[in-house]
Design a protein around this ligand. Structure first.
Ligand SMILES: NC(=O)c1ccc[n+]([C@@H]2O[C@H](COP(=O)([O-])OP(=O)(O)OC[C@H]3O[C@@H](n4cnc5c(N)ncnc54)[C@H](OP(=O)(O)O)[C@@H]3O)[C@@H](O)[C@H]2O)c1
Length: 396
């Protein structure tokens, strides 16, 4: 049987689109995947067709890939199987609707939408059109994450009582222009939707995803605002009720005023600690792309594991990684960034006829969006109506 080929269209050509595009063009065999293949067949930039062409050339897409100067043309391209949406999260709702209405399968960057009501409409629309929809919560697809969830589910650290998760990166808001995604209310700015989502991802994938019948948590939160009234530091306490073991607590924090890793050498310890009756699992920083785990058992035994990011390797001259103005860093030569695993899940789902991820249901994405809505409501953060609305189409 031949390989299953997934034909991607890229909606937006910014920083993360470049990292994702370069990663999915790597040969899946470098990560032990034999039966699928990713091809980039088109890209669209809202600014100009020439920007889309330059993007395709830069990431090494095939020459046959088509460049569009509008997102609408991409959504209507019959050669595209799935669209990767990587506009700012304020725009995800409008752009997901554009693609779903056109009958396209969609992988949408985090945060999925501005609020839970928007996500509800998208889930309904995907169902109506019978297409696949998934949040690009890439960290959940790392073999490292699968391993951590398996350890929890099989009781390796006993009953889990608490997870601490932090994603804090020094990036003082005064060094950013008012228009920046991390601060601008017009782009649903602030740390909650931008990086807080990773701390929540770890709390959820350890205390919610691992439960047979998960229940939405109770939420208490506080945050600190920047000059534009969006959040620059957020602390969230979550109580997860469980049938068998009673409540579990999640503590999710994010900040641009402090750092999980102040000297950037990992000396400050793990970004995530999952604590159970028989020991704890520690996950290295940064919470979005960890490469090490350590299990410390109450009897003194310690199990450490490295989780390298496969790629073409040293000597390949191939580099990937974040390259944005907020302290972007490149990965080592030949090292993948790790975004291909979520793309592989899209391919497996479409090959097998599934309409959502097997590792992260749309129902769970919705609960996380509801938690973020609650945090914003508890701290009086509201964005402009045109990005909170469920109306479609709205020009923003
Ligand atoms: N998974 C991850 O690790 C990760 C990392 C960073 C960001 N993200 C997420 O990915 C999304 C994009 O982030 P990014 O870092 O790639 O941002 P970026 O570099 O600023 O790129 C955003 C792209 O969206 C397009 N766009 C359309 N309307 C826009 C508007 N009104 N304002 C600004 N840009 C607009 C832009 O133009 P063109 O259409 O012309 O290209 C631009 O290329 C965000 O939701 C963010 O949370 C995820």
């Amino acid at each position: 049987m031949g390989k299953f080929q997934l034909k991607w269209g890229m909606l937006a050509t910014g920083g993360i689109a470049e990292t994702f595009g370069r990663d999915i063009l790597l040969n899946p065999e470098t990560r032990g995947i034999q039966d699928i293949e990713h091809v980039i067949v088109a890209a669209a930039a809202s600014s100009s067709q020439s920007r889309a062409r330059a993007f395709l050339d830069k990431i090494g897409a095939p020459e046959s890939a088509v460049a569009y100067g509008t997102y609408k043309e991409l959504a209507q391209d019959p050669n595209v199987d799935i669209i990767y949406i990587s506009t700012p999260h304020s725009h995800h709702y409008q752009h997901c609707m554009l693609c779903l209405e056109a009958g396209k399968n969609v992988l949408c960057e985090k945060a999925f939408t501005t609020n839970a009501e928007q996500l509800k409409v998208l889930i309904q629309k995907a169902k109506e059109k019978n297409v696949f929809l998934m949040e690009a919560a890439w960290t959940r697809y790392f073999p490292l994450s699968l391993y951590v969830r398996r350890q929890i589910e099989s009781g390796v650290i006993g009953t889990v009582y608490r997870t601490f998760a932090d994603l804090s990166m020094l990036s003082p808001p005064e060094s950013l222009p008012d228009s920046h995604r991390l601060v601008s209310p017009n782009l649903a700015g602030g740390v909650l939707l931008d990086t807080g989502i990773y701390a929540l991802t770890w709390v959820f994938q350890t205390l919610f995803t691992t439960q047979p019948n998960p229940v939405a948590p109770a939420v208490l939160s506080t945050l600190r605002k920047n000059r534009l009234g969006t959040d620059e530091q957020v602390s969230i306490l979550l109580t997860f009720p469980r049938e068998k073991d009673g409540d579990a607590h999640g503590i999710a924090t994010a900040s641009v005023r402090t750092s999980t890793d102040p000297d950037e050498r990992g000396t400050a310890g793990p970004a995530v600690r999952i604590q159970g009756s028989k020991g704890e699992i520690q996950v290295s920083r940064p919470a979005f792309r960890p490469t090490k785990t350590r299990i410390i058992f109450t009897d003194g035994k310690v199990e450490e594991k490295d989780w390298p990011q496969p790629g073409p390797g040293l000597g390949s001259g191939w580099y990937n990684g974040f390259r944005n103005e907020v302290g972007g860093v490149m990965d080592q030569e030949g090292e993948g960034h790790g975004m291909f695993w979520e793309a592989d899940e899209c391919a497996f789902a479409l090959r097998d006829g599934r309409k959502q991820s097997q590792h992260h249901t749309l129902a769970e994405s919705l609960v996380v969006m509801q938690v973020m809505d609650l945090v914003r409501a508890q701290n009086s953060i509201r964005f402009p109506e045109e990005i909170e609305t469920t109306d479609y189409p709205v020009a923003i």
